[in-house]
Design a binder for this molecule. Structure first.
Ligand SMILES: Nc1ncnc2c1ncn2[C@@H]1O[C@H](COP(=O)(O)OP(=O)(O)OP(=O)(O)O)[C@@H](O)[C@H]1O
Ligand SMILES: [Mg+2]
Length: 305
């Protein structure tokens, strides 16, 4: 059962067996240390064994964003989500791109998009479909193109996704948003919804300028709305054989030493092969260099948040 500290509002998971045959017990909040009383739920559940109370926290929201195209935003979003789901974390993928690449990669054709749900005045929960254990998707379709047309002139349009995700945050450990290569409506919504923005960055000269532009937008949103709290760079499509790639990698590491989420994701044909075959990279080439790097990056992300 979920209980909430009445003092600091932190929620915890409490095994109902702690109550055993008692009507109420007193517990101490692990966060604010205040003591409060928990009463037994009215329905008789069948408890089996005691578990320590654990803090239940809302999902951490990560937006995969870069106004540059083809830098592996969608690939990274999917691979890292699958990596975390296979580690038992509950992950929601949100395809917030009219290209619907993420939805296509998952073989989902007839999804209801954010636009469909919003215009039908339905909660986004109604459009979430299961993908595999611990992994679910809020997909996209071409009707997403209507979203800016309808909402761009409304107040706080860049907070639409943030508000909607608030209704499902308690159901997941992580929410990963895939965004299009732009800094407009969809990308802005991703940035504002995010606790952390992950910027997939290719080791190419012009990427340096791209990251600086991304940072400017992030800083101005942070100043205005207090979000997103953090951002990190994920080096993608890294070609260890290329001198140019190595040089840009060195520059990125010097300039953004604190911001880089290690390791870099290497170029690996297995990534595109898996996508063509519509298989998860971790099933198609689990010991390949990209799969290993994505797994390590997902673990690094997990320990960061
Ligand atoms: N590590 C990798 N090795 C080889 N190919 C890769 C790797 N990562 C991604 N790719 C390929 O690069 C291409 C672009 O990837 P992806 O679609 O994820 O980029 P994107 O940033 O989401 O693109 P867009 O800006 O259009 O949304 C795809 O064809 C994908 O298969
Ligand atoms: Mg993409």
């Amino acid at each position: 059962m979920i209980i909430q500290c009445p003092h600091c509002q932190t929620r915890f998971r409490l095994d109902a067996r702690h109550l055993a045959d008692r009507l109420a017990i007193r517990v101490r909040c692990a966060r604010c240390h205040q003591i409060f009383t928990v009463t037994a739920p009215s329905s008789e559940e069948a408890p089996l064994k005691l578990e320590p109370a654990q803090e239940v926290r809302d999902a951490q929201v990560i937006s995969f964003s870069n106004q540059k195209g083809g830098v592996a935003k969608t690939t990274s979003c999917l691979c890292m989500a699958v990596a975390l789901a296979r580690r038992g974390r509950r992950v929601l993928l949100v395809d917030f791109d009219t290209q619907a690449n993420l939805t296509t990669l998952l073989g989902q054709r007839k999804v209801r998009s954010f636009y469909d749900l919003l215009s039908a005045e339905e909660p986004i929960r109604a459009g979430i479909v299961p993908v595999q254990d611990h992994l679910a998707l809020l997909g996209a379709n071409s009707r997403m193109n209507l979203l800016p047309k309808r909402y761009l002139n409304t107040q706080n349009y860049e907070q639409l996704l943030h508000k909607a995700l608030g209704t499902v945050k308690a159901d997941y450990d992580y929410i990963f948003i895939d965004t299009p290569p732009s800094l407009k409506f969809f990308a802005l919504n991703g940035l504002v919804a995010a606790d952390l923005v992950l910027i997939p960055t290719q080791c190419a000269f012009l990427s340096l300028q791209g990251v600086s532009q991304m940072e400017q937008v992030i800083q101005s949103l942070r100043k205005r709305l207090g979000r997103p709290a953090q951002h990190r760079l994920l080096i993608t499509l890294y070609d260890a054989q290329s001198t140019a790639s190595q040089a840009v990698y060195r520059t990125l590491r010097e300039r953004w030493s604190e911001q880089i989420l290690e390791p870099a994701i290497p170029l690996d044909n297995a990534v595109s092969e898996a996508q063509i075959l519509q298989r998860f990279l971790f099933d198609y080439a689990p010991t390949g260099k990209a799969a290993r790097a994505y797994l390590a990056a997902a673990e690094a992300l997990e320990s960061l948040l």
